[in-house]
Structure formats: C-alpha cells, structure tokens
Ligand binder design. Structure first.
Ligand SMILES: C[S@@+](CC[C@H](N)C(=O)[O-])C[C@H]1O[C@@H](n2cnc3c(N)ncnc32)[C@H](O)[C@@H]1O
Length: 188
C-alpha cells in the first residue's frame, strides 16, 4: 500500500468523494502512474487535463522521489485555481507549473528543445490524436505516453489508438484499469 503524509492522505480521500464531478482518474490508476514514474525514474512529466489536481498529486508525489517536475495543462480557470490549492496543501506546488489554456495551443507553443520523458493525457478524448502528434516531438526515447479513458471512450479515442499501434516507434498496451489506460513506450 502506498502511504503519504497525513495531509496528502486526507486531500486524496476528500477528492475521491467528488471523483465523478471532477472526472478524476481512479485511485488504482493513480497508484499505477506513481509506481511507473518512480520505477522508470522519470523526471520531466507533462499532464494534459489537470482538473482539481487529483492525478497531478500522484504524478508529483512520484516526482518528489525522482527529483523531477510536472507541467500540467487545464483550460478552466476555476479548476486550475482549485488544483493549485490542492498542490500546495500536499507540498508539491514547488515542482509543478500549471499552464492555463487550450492544450493544443500550449503544445504548439512549446520550444523545440522542450523534452519530456513521461506524458499523461486525460483531457478532450477526440483530441488525443492531436496531443500525440505534438507530444511525440518532445518525448525522449524510452519515454512513456499514458492515456486514460481508452476503454470508456473507445470510439472517441480510436484514431489515436490506431495511430499509435501502427507507429513502429512505439510499443503500446491497453490496461484494463477502471476507464482503460493505454501505456505506450517510445522505443525508437
Ligand atoms: C478528465 S478531467 C482530468 C482529470 C484529472 N486528470 C484527474 O484525474 O484529476 C479533464 C480535464 O481536462 C480539461 N480539458 C478538456 N479539454 C481541454 C483542452 N482542450 N485543453 C485544456 N484542458 C482541457 C477539462 O476542463 C477537465 O478539467
């Protein structure tokens, strides 16, 4: 069992009570992402879809161990603010940059030399294919691209799944976690 300090435990438990309202990932998905980031020693993580910060807390807690940092994108100002407060309460705000705006627009504005070794996608399902196109430019060899809701929103994410499965630079698996999580590793 993964245990954090009492404040973080309390924040996570509280956020889990409104999971549906804020479309948060399941706890087991959070635990999986946390474990993967730590075991792969990832340091530069990008998240698309911050919401109230629930998944970001899991990502950032892992990054506290690896010495990394998180950039997370959200276009609703209200959620962006709540997330920042939750990050502060959990003591991870110092390694998180919350970017407010449209994910594709922000991805397009990333400098060419911006490198990430782990991306977590959990925003507009129809845009997954577009996010993939942009993330690919920045993802290092050996890096991971994890996407939530690939089973719960199968039709909407189909173009993305077909594209990544056909891409020889990636090995992709779909895990039967609550909403379905695709985990792709960039191999070349
Ligand atoms: C499923 S929720 C994210 C949940 C979060 N990952 C968690 O588990 O705590 C998706 C979030 O992405 C945001 N979003 C959707 N489309 C977006 C876009 N095109 N650009 C930026 N944010 C977007 C929504 O406002 C929403 O808060």
């Amino acid at each position: 069992m993964i245990e954090f300090d009492p404040t973080t435990q309390e924040v996570l438990n509280t956020l889990e009570k409104t999971q549906k309202e804020f479309w948060n990932i399941s706890r087991v998905t959070g635990e999986f992402l946390y474990t993967l980031i730590k075991s792969a020693n990832c340091k530069n993580v990008l998240e698309i879809g911050t919401s109230n910060g629930y998944s970001g807390i899991w990502l950032a807690k892992a990054l506290k161990d690896t010495g990394g940092k998180l950039t997370t994108i959200e276009f609703y100002e209200k959620r962006h603010k709540v997330a920042s407060e939750n990050f502060k309460k959990c003591g991870v705000d110092d390694i998180i940059t919350v970017k407010e705006g449209s994910a594709v627009k922000i991805l397009k504005s990333m400098p060419e030399d911006y490198k990430i070794d782990f991306a977590f996608v959990d925003a507009n399902k129809q845009e997954y294919i577009e996010y993939f196109k942009h993330i690919d430019k920045h993802l290092t060899k050996g890096g991971y691209l994890c996407c939530d809701n690939v089973l719960s929103h199968k039709e909407k994410v189909k173009p993305f799944i077909e594209s990544i499965c056909a891409d020889k630079n990636y090995e992709n698996v779909v895990l039967d976690l609550p909403a379905g999580l695709s985990v792709a590793r960039k191999i070349a």
